[in-house]
Design a protein around this ligand. Structure first.
Ligand SMILES: C=CC1=C(C)c2cc3[nH]c(cc4nc(cc5[nH]c(cc1n2)c(C)c5CCC(=O)O)C(CCC(=O)O)=C4C)c(C)c3C=C
Ligand SMILES: [Fe+2]
Ligand SMILES: [Fe+2]
Length: 348
């Protein structure tokens, strides 16, 4: 074990210091093929993400996918890039800042940092910095309301890989999911109702979640069940009948069977079957990103409008909405319970 910090962190007992690590997937550093390539190599090389025998997958990944996909993905990223950078990273960072403010106002003495599973700022770099600051306890929260081995467990892997290189490992707590958290459902409902108020209402509300291979579900991943439960709770809160909403899965990768029904074919079917106005929301993505802004709001829109639909309304992700930050803070606060974070009980 080569500890990465032989000198940096204090070696004497010190007051407990608590941090919240707010983790999301991550984006390339720039919307260019050169930046997308190492990002995709890292992401798609994660055995949690693609479960194909290692040697075979390395041949396909490096021999085929990484030769063509980076340029195509880069063009898509370029179409959604913000002046401050990748939307996913911009929103995740803003959420961390707002969460820190909310917890601070409630008297908690905690540091909040954003971290990305792939590319930057990496989980390891954030934990290194927290360690140097003397952090003794870390609550790991993730921007994945529904648990999946492909996402949630991969973040836990990254934290554990970092820990395996440390001499002094902080105390960790992990929140694995919050798919049925009432405040999360409420934040989604309020965002949809607000959209309906200003932009009018479609005949059908399509709830699109990121897909995963169907095989993962057969092997015990609870992801699909959690997505369906989120959708059911949201529909109930909005008073929707089963005819008024659909649940679909997007972002299929490769030729294998993924969770169905697929989002884009469903949008085409809806358009072709005479539905004129559709509203689309992505409840599994707390922050807008490539998969929502490009795949849904651009490609999905085109698919619906080209198959007979007349109005496609994309409802933005929760992003920096106050109801969402309140929900997130509630989740953090409940999971910090028992750790001394109150100003009054902690000496600096
Ligand atoms: C190849 C397998 C993939 C699995 C399994 C997968 C699961 C999964 N992903 C998200 C959330 C996001 N994925 C994003 C982008 C993205 N996803 C894949 C592939 C898989 N995802 C790829 C190759 C990409 C990169 C872009 C591309 O080249 O198509 C994003 C957006 C990132 C951004 O920078 O904006 C998110 C968010 C979840 C929640 C999930 C399983 C539940
Ligand atoms: Fe993905
Ligand atoms: Fe996509």
């Amino acid at each position: 074990m080569p500890p990465s910090h032989e000198t940096a962190p204090p070696s004497t007992p010190h007051a407990p210091r608590t941090a919240v690590l707010w983790c999301n997937l991550g984006s390339p550093d720039a919307p260019t093929a050169a930046a997308v390539r190492p990002y995709l190599a890292d992401f798609l090389g994660d055995p949690r993400v693609v479960e194909i025998p290692k040697v075979l997958w390395a041949l396909i990944l490096h021999g085929i996918i990484l030769r063509t996909r980076p340029a195509k993905s880069a063009a898509k990223y370029a179409s959604i890039w913000m002046p401050e950078g990748s939307p996913l990273k911009v929103w995740t960072q803003k959420q961390a800042t707002l969460l820190a403010g909310w917890l601070g106002e409630r008297g908690h003495r905690v540091t909040v940092r954003d971290a990305m599973r792939y590319a930057n700022p990496s989980i390891a770099s954030r934990l290194d910095a927290l360690q140097t600051e003397g952090t003794t306890r870390v609550l790991v929260l993730q921007a994945y309301p529904q648990y999946s081995g492909t996402t949630t467990a991969s973040v836990i892997d990254a934290v554990n890989a970092w820990s395996s290189r440390q001499r002094r490992v902080p105390e960790f707590r992990f929140v694995n999911d919050y798919h049925d958290d009432p405040a999360y459902i409420e934040a989604l409902a309020q965002s949809i109702e607000k959209h309906w108020k200003t932009d009018g209402r479609g005949e059908v509300l399509l709830m699109s979640f990121h897909g995963i291979p169907a095989r993962n579900i057969a092997l015990g991943d609870p992801y699909q069940a959690q997505c369906l439960e989120t959708a059911r709770l949201l529909a109930a809160r909005l008073g929707l009948s089963t005819a008024q909403y659909r649940v679909t899965f997007q972002s299929r990768f490769g030729k294998a069977k993924w969770l169905e029904p697929y989002t884009e074919p469903t949008l085409r079917e809806l358009g072709a079957s005479g539905v004129k106005r559709v509203d689309v929301v992505c409840p599994g993505f707390p922050a807008d990103c490539l998969e929502t802004l490009e795949e849904i709001s651009m490609e999905g829109r085109e698919a619906f409008l080209h198959s007979g639909g007349e109005a496609f309304s994309y409802i933005p992700c929760l992003n920096d909405s106050p109801a969402w930050i309140t929900a997130l803070a509630g989740i953090a606060e409940r999971n910090l319970a028992g750790w001394p974070t109150q100003r009054t009980s902690t000496t600096p």
